[in-house]
Every structure is written in C-alpha cells, then in structure tokens.
Design a binder for this molecule. Structure first.
Ligand SMILES: NC(=O)c1ccc[n+]([C@@H]2O[C@H](COP(=O)([O-])OP(=O)(O)OC[C@H]3O[C@@H](n4cnc5c(N)ncnc54)[C@H](OP(=O)(O)O)[C@@H]3O)[C@@H](O)[C@H]2O)c1
Length: 262
C-alpha cells in the first residue's frame, strides 16, 4: 500500500513546519498550501522532498482554488487521505473599534476557508479519510476584546461537529484541536512579559495532529480535542489556588467560605 497523502493548508504559519515534520517523519506524503509564494518557496527549500513533500500556491478560501489544490494532491500522489487545515487569522479589539470588514475577514479566514477547503478535498477521500481543524478555548469562554476571533472559531468548531455526522457515513473522521497559544519564537518576541507556562509547544500540537490523522483515532468523530498544556483562564483579580502564595487581603482568592482564611 502506498503511503497516505494529506493536504496541509496554511502550512507557512507558525505551526506549519512542525506539523509537516511530524507527518513526513512517519512517511506521509504532503502537499503544502499557502497564498504567499515566497514564504511557500522558503518552506519548500527547508522541507521539500520531490514526491513526498511538495507545495502549491492557492487561496483555499476560493472554492475553485481549493478544488485545484486538492486535485493537485491527487495527481501528484495518486491518492488523498485528508486535510490538515492550519489556515486561520487573529484579531483583538473591542466591538466599537472593530469594523464590519474585520468580522468578515475573521469569518473567512477561520471558518469559510475550512468550508471551501473541505469541499475541495471531500470528493477524493475514501474510507478512513481524516479532516483536522484548529479551534480555541476562547470560543467557549469568550473574553472581551476578542469577539470577532472567538465567534469565528466558535462557528468553525460547531460546523466541524455538524459535518462530522455527515462525513462519518462515508468513513471520514472530522475533528478539531482546541489549542491555547503556541510557544513560538514569534510569540516570545511579541509578548516578552507573558507567562509561557500557559502555552503549548508546536510539537505537542503536531503529535495530536499525528494521532487524528492515524488509525489510532478511529473512534473519534466530531470531537473538539483540547490541547491546552497547563493553560487556565485567570485574571489579575483571581489569585492562585488556596494555600499557594496569595493575593493581597480582600482581593481575589477563592469565594468567601471556600478554602482558607482570607
Ligand atoms: N498559534 C497559536 O497560538 C494558535 C492558537 C489557537 C489556535 N490557532 C489556530 O491554529 C491554526 C494554525 O495556527 P498558526 O499559528 O500556524 O497560524 P498562522 O501562523 O496564522 O498561519 C496561518 C497560515 O495560513 C495561511 N493562509 C491564510 N489564509 C489562507 C488561505 N485562504 N489559503 C491558504 N493559506 C492561507 C497563511 O499564509 P498565507 O498568507 O501565505 O496564505 C498563514 O501562513 C490556525 O487556524 C490558528 O487560528 C493557533
């Protein structure tokens, strides 16, 4: 049997190289997709191997381009076994400073691109096909200032759970990884004050991508798999757990009557 082949959309992003290394390392054949041809050429120079890890420039939020990218994977590798949809976008800003076109862009990048990429790939998948998407815990705990991003990712995960029922009848597994911020050099440069204990390494995420694109996850359909490391929601008014250090008297800590003296 020939090695499985996957379309990796959004491969030039922060997680791309690590995910590619994980899947190529076990022998999968990969077609990497992104819009920026220079960044894709750099990635090909770093990780490309003819017949094994190749690239194609496409905007998978365009249905025709998405079909073309999926068709390229089939014509290069002779088969297509799934999609790892790393395409996404981020925006932080309060409602009154966020123009409607930002909401549209967040929906296109995080949600509609998954729809069009999946519609391109699905006709080529056989029994046992794998679809993997990426969500955020902010969709379940929507903090202020992140409405466009959180709502778009919430749409994505709800959609994954819905289509999972449709595609499982064809033997295809659709699941999402719900991840917190990745610990990348770019993030460390951007946010030097942040506590990186709350992030996850791209390697840990890539290993779960490996799981969700293998028969080890045969029992999973429509799951939102949390890959959160030691992340937890916290705020400046919330103190550490009872008995560990402690905020100033009267600020934060457990609710009255719960835990130690205040
Ligand atoms: N990194 C994190 O901390 C984090 C946390 C939670 C969730 N996630 C999610 O995990 C996924 C991967 O994260 P990441 O950090 O690697 O993302 P990223 O760095 O933002 O990369 C996304 C990539 O997608 C490509 N892209 C965007 N629109 C595209 C389109 N229409 N067609 C083809 N390619 C497109 C972009 O390259 P081009 O501009 O060249 O196309 C970009 O390289 C994303 O969905 C993200 O939202 C990430």
């Amino acid at each position: 049997m020939t090695a499985p082949a996957f379309l990796i959309t959004g491969a030039t992003g922060q997680l791309g190289a690590t995910v590619v290394e994980q899947l190529a390392g076990r022998g999968d054949r990969l077609l990497l997709v992104a819009r920026d041809k220079d960044r894709l050429a750099d990635l090909e120079a770093e990780l490309g191997v003819e017949g094994k890890v190749e690239t194609v420039v496409a905007d998978v939020s365009d249905p025709e381009d998405a079909r073309r990218a999926a068709g390229e994977a089939v014509s290069r590798f002779g088969r297509l076994d799934g999609l790892v949809h790393l395409v996404g976008g981020f925006h932080a800003g309060p409602l009154f400073l966020t123009a409607p076109d930002v909401y549209e862009r967040m929906l296109r990048d995080n949600f509609l691109s998954a729809v069009t990429a999946t519609q391109g790939v699905l006709p080529h998948l056989g029994e046992g096909g794998r679809l993997v998407y990426f969500g955020t815990p902010l969709a379940d705990v929507p903090l202020p200032g992140l409405s466009a991003y959180a709502a778009a990712k919430a749409a994505l995960v709800t959609w994954v759970q819905s289509i999972a029922h449709e595609v499982k009848r064809k033997g295809v597994h659709a699941n999402a990884i719900v991840m917190t911020m990745a610990d990348t050099p770019a993030k460390r440069r951007e946010r030097p004050q942040m506590n990186f204990d709350h992030t996850v390494s791209p390697e840990l995420v890539a290993r779960v991508v490996g799981f969700l694109t293998s028969s080890a996850s045969d029992g999973l359909y429509g799951c939102a798999v949390p890959v959160l490391g030691r992340f937890e929601f916290s705020s400046e008014l919330g103190g550490p757990p009872p008995g560990v250090g402690g905020p100033p008297p009267g600020v934060g800590g457990p609710p009255p009557g719960v835990g130690g003296p205040r």
